[in-house]
Write a protein of this length. Structure first.
Lengths: 315, 336
């Protein structure tokens, strides 16, 4: 298990390098000259040239990459072209906001989907099962931005229960913070809950048909132990993989949701930076989000070995 | 049948499990499948009862129904009683059944590769039995699990208890299954084709082990198999099943030396023997009919070499033809 864990964690290094290289290349392939965006289309050629030199854009791409990489290894993601603020600081200021929305969404979706999936599997082919699965299909088909607007109309405009948009940190004022968190998290949680509960259900159904469940029954294990010990530990491994993937989508989903609800998170930072060709910020944000996804998936793989010991088995 | 009867060896046998008129069906998309239709079966104290038949004849379903571990739905136990220790197992509550399973009646299965949970150590899976049936704490139960592994002759039991099933060979896993089944010294062990998935050398080891532990514990065994060789080596009495019915029942000598039912005859003739030229090896013609599409009259009539007109009209009754020897056939005398 330890050997497996170390081996798995070591594979993060090349993956992260590859991710950083791809982020860099993609940004430089995207059309649109940042200098012209900053200076305006009417800028004189000399001004443009000076700006290029200042940003290092006159250097060959390899040199640019080298400089960027060296700085990156020192934790320096460069400075915003627009505001001249360090990208690291811009991201770190906004990251807690995005993470809190995503974390609450994750928590909500798991709190709904795991019990729903288990119950649907245990009541396979009954009306309870059908009910949950119809809900799942519904939840999967509703785009989160539209759901966000519907929720906003109902809870904020009609019922006046929750704020329309904006943000108060839960660390500044817990109760107001919670109120601002609810709608964005719920809109994000919906689709994830649907996917995870479907996966939980099918995984449980498969496991409940296994021979070792019959063995457990035959030795007198009580039903709840069979479900929560014997079945769930086996069924959870594939579910966890899906959750790992979904965390990536969740972070992507926050970009849209933050825009809908005017939340000053990383998502809006990315959108603004893309609109202004502020490529150091775009690079930094994407790198940060992809790193999180890489780390989460590594953690999922390590946890997988706990749920399924065959994975870490060294011959 | 009287409560006590004398068997061939003259010992008094006391019934420990009496299954009467058991019917089990499965409600599937293709219709209702009567997997077990009115089975009577008696297991006596300390004996090994062989249950023999082709795949799908209802032998496993009968055993699993007694323990009530068939999935319901789609399965349903439609009628019958299974008397054990003055209680009808088919009427017990689920909680009462949990106290019987693995404690008084245990079961081991055909596939040692898939019968153990891959996510838990072997020791943990044995320890569970002690925790549920003996109320032991985790540690004590685990120590007892190591003892049980030693008892089934697994080398280095302390280490093996911490192994996961995938780290053990097939024979080892079946030993571990036996350890689970026998942990609470049950009165009955149901062994559902326990050696089918194993190599021949390992088969003999497992059978020997079961025989030895049976003597130690003094339990009764229901041995489900389609291997007549296995039955001949360890069973005292045999029940032959076909299409969800018991077609013949008798001592090992009744079945091997003076069997009465043509199906039993066919089964025995299809076993290769060293003392007989291989041309004599004969299969039973035809295939097992679908359980929801059985021929009228006797279920075996469409495959029987000795079929008579009345066989196609009425189902034969299960009648005694000797002391403890019964057969479900219209034939008066054996034609072979």
């Amino acid at each position: 298990m330890l050997k497996y864990t170390i081996r798995r964690l070591l594979t993060i290094i090349p993956v992260l390098w590859l991710v950083s290289a791809m982020v860099f290349v993609l940004i430089h392939l995207v059309p649109g000259d940042p200098v012209l965006v900053i200076l305006g289309a009417a800028a004189k050629p000399e001004q443009v040239e000076m700006m290029r030199q200042r940003l290092g854009l006159d250097q060959p791409i390899i040199i640019q990459y080298w400089d960027w990489m060296i700085a990156l290894l020192q934790g320096d993601l460069g400075a915003s072209i627009l505001s001249d603020e360090p990208v690291t600081r811009l991201i770190l200021e906004r990251m807690p906001i995005t993470i809190s929305v995503a974390a609450v969404a994750l928590f909500l979706s798991l709190a709904i989907s795991l019990p729903a999936g288990i119950i649907a599997a245990l009541r396979h082919n009954t009306y309870t099962d059908y009910f949950f699965m119809i809900l799942v299909i519904l939840a999967m088909s509703i785009p989160s931005f539209w759901l966000a607007l519907l929720l906003m109309m109902l809870f904020s405009f009609q019922l006046n229960l929750l704020p329309v948009m904006g943000w108060i940190s839960i660390f500044d004022n817990f109760w107001s913070g919670i109120q601002y968190l609810i709608l964005p998290s719920v809109s994000l949680a919906f689709i994830m809950a649907a996917i995870v509960s479907r996966m939980t259900r099918s995984s449980m159904l498969e496991v409940l048909r296994e021979d070792y469940i019959v063995t457990a029954l035959a030795k007198g294990t009580p039903k709840r132990f069979i479900v929560f010990k014997h079945a769930l530990k086996n069924a959870f491994a594939p579910v966890m993989t899906i959750i790992g993937f979904q965390i990536g989508f969740l972070l992507g989903g926050t970009v849209v949701i933050e825009d809908v609800y005017s939340i000053p998170g990383v998502g809006r930072l990315i959108l603004g930076a893309i609109a202004n060709r502020d490529y150091p910020v775009v690079q930094g944000c994407i790198l940060m989000v992809t790193s999180i996804v890489v780390f989460v998936n590594a953690a999922v793989d390590v946890a997988y070995a706990y749920f399924d010991p065959r994975v870490s088995f060294d011959k | 049948m009287p409560d006590n009867f004398e068997n061939i060896s003259g010992k008094i046998r006391t019934p420990i499990l009496e299954v009467r008129d058991l019917s089990v069906s499965f409600h599937l998309l293709e219709g209702v499948i009567p997997a077990v239709a009115g089975v009577d079966m008696v297991l006596n104290q300390g004996e090994v009862l062989g249950v023999v038949g082709e795949s799908g004849c209802g032998k496993s379903v009968t055993a699993k129904s007694v323990l009530r571990i068939i999935p319901c739905p789609p399965g349903s136990i439609d009628s019958g009683t299974a008397m054990f220790e003055d209680r009808n197992l088919l009427e017990l509550t689920e909680a009462e059944m949990e106290g019987v399973r693995g404690n008084k009646i245990s079961m081991i299965f055909q596939e040692p590769m898939t019968s153990l949970n891959p996510a838990f150590t072997v020791g943990d899976q044995i320890a569970e039995v002690f925790r549920f049936h003996r109320g032991m704490k985790k540690r004590e139960a685990f120590e007892r699990a190591v003892e049980e592994l030693r008892r089934v002759e697994i080398p280095d039991p302390a280490k093996r208890a911490r192994s996961y099933p995938h780290q053990l060979s097939g024979g080892m896993r079946q030993r571990a299954m036996i350890a689970i089944a026998l942990a609470c010294r049950p009165r009955i062990l149901i062994a559902d084709e326990p050696t089918t998935a194993l190599d021949v050398t390992i088969q003999a080891q497992i059978l020997n082990l079961m025989g030895q532990l049976q003597t130690d514990i003094g339990m009764s065994i229901i041995l489900i198999t389609h291997n007549l060789g296995v039955v001949a080596s360890i069973a005292d009495r045999v029940v032959i099943m076909y299409a969800g019915r018991v077609v013949e029942e008798g001592t090992i000598d009744d079945i091997f030396a003076c069997h009465h039912h043509p199906y039993t005859h066919g089964l025995l003739r299809s076993v290769p023997r060293l003392d007989r030229p291989s041309e004599d090896l004969q299969e039973i013609k035809g295939i097992v009919p679908k359980l929801n599409d059985l021929p009228r009259g006797c279920a075996f009539s469409n495959r029987c070499d000795y079929v008579m007109e009345q066989c196609r009209q009425r189902e034969p009754v299960f009648k005694p033809i000797g002391s403890g020897h019964k057969s479900r056939c219209w034939l008066e005398n054996r034609p072979w």
